[in-house]
Design a protein around this ligand. Structure first.
Ligand code: SAM
Length: 288
């Protein structure tokens, strides 16, 4: 059964080109993933197809009204979350499944005020049957939609976008590639950014660690390909001489350097060996 994304937006055209390229296009063609885009204005009943109104309490901007959003969700069979929870508890009691979700649906509000979207969250969402993404616009969405329907409020970063569409596209992209079968054999998400912790990667088949970063890990090391010389710079010799132990050491050191420079926060939770700590100390001293 394929996983389905439902996107509720006032700009359905935004997503047109997005489905026509790369992995998502293939996942759609192979029916591993399905996407429905729903025009919020189709759920209005006035001549002007009004989706927004002035904020209570005054202030700048407009707010997306709750009624069209509630209708859009009802058209997708999305009940208020209290009802969904009660229904899933009934099913779990009768089926004996501890966390029985008959259809595992997640309703998400894209919002700058949301919890940060991470690879771990993408991994969790990829296990759902259906992910409903509500794209805000203007000053945002009437908070009662969040309270009544949404399982999660998600932010894709600490900046303010003009709408939730880009954020929804990010969530669809990062999540759908973790749906089983989507990446195929050519690339395994295990060995990507935020894939698995270092300890598990240590046992990579050829003895050379592949990309390893993220929770419990570090940032990736730099990658090089042919030609060996480009723009007056030669690719590191160590990568071209087949010495796996040397490659391994070099990559680890580069990971430590990159992480220290770009994301020192990751070092706090990284799993570091004694040798890593020594290297890190040496790198720190270099820059003093
Ligand atoms: N008044 C809001 C605030 O200060 O948090 C900003 C509203 S923003 C201009 C309009 C819409 O863009 C939001 O309702 C949300 O759907 C989306 N949006 C903006 N920044 C986002 C982010 N970092 N992550 C996810 N969605 C975002």
């Amino acid at each position: 059964m394929s996983m389905r994304f439902e996107i509720v937006t006032i700009f359905p055209d935004f997503f047109a080109g997005f489905f026509e390229n790369g992995i998502l296009r293939r996942a759609l063609a192979e029916e591993l993933v399905a996407v429905g885009v729903h025009d919020l204005r189709a759920f209005t009943h006035d001549r002007h197809r009004t989706v927004d109104d002035r904020p209570f309490g005054g202030g700048e901007g407009m707010v997306l009204k709750p009624e069209p959003l509630a209708e859009a969700l009802a058209s997708l069979g999305i009940a208020p979350k209290a009802e969904r929870l009660a229904a899933s508890q009934q099913v779990s009691e009768s089926s004996g499944q501890p966390f029985g979700h008959p259809t595992r649906t997640r309703v998400i509000l894209l919002s700058a005020q949301g919890r940060p979207f991470t690879q771990a969250m993408a991994r969790e969402l990829a296990t759902a049957d259906r992910v409903v993404l509500i794209c805000g616009r203007y000053e945002g969405v009437d908070e009662r939609i969040n309270e009544i329907y949404c399982d999660l409020e998600l932010s894709i970063g600490d900046y303010v976008l003009s709408g939730g569409e880009l954020a929804a596209a990010v969530v669809v992209d990062a999540t759908m590639r973790l749906v089983p079968g989507v990446l195929g054999n050519e690339a395994s998400s295990e060995f990507e950014s935020f894939g698995v912790a270092d300890a598990e990667i240590e046992i990579a088949e050829d003895g050379v660690p592949r990309s390893q970063h993220g929770a419990g890990g570090l940032l990736d090391y730099p990658h090089y390909t042919r030609p060996a010389e480009f723009g007056g710079l030669r690719a590191p010799e160590v990568l071209m001489n087949g010495d796996h132990a040397g490659i391994r050491r070099w990559r680890r050191e580069q990971q430590l350097r990159k992480t220290l420079t770009n994301r020192p926060d990751l070092l706090e939770d990284a799993t570091l060996s004694k040798e890593d700590r020594k290297l890190l100390e040496a790198i720190r001293q270099e820059s003093e």
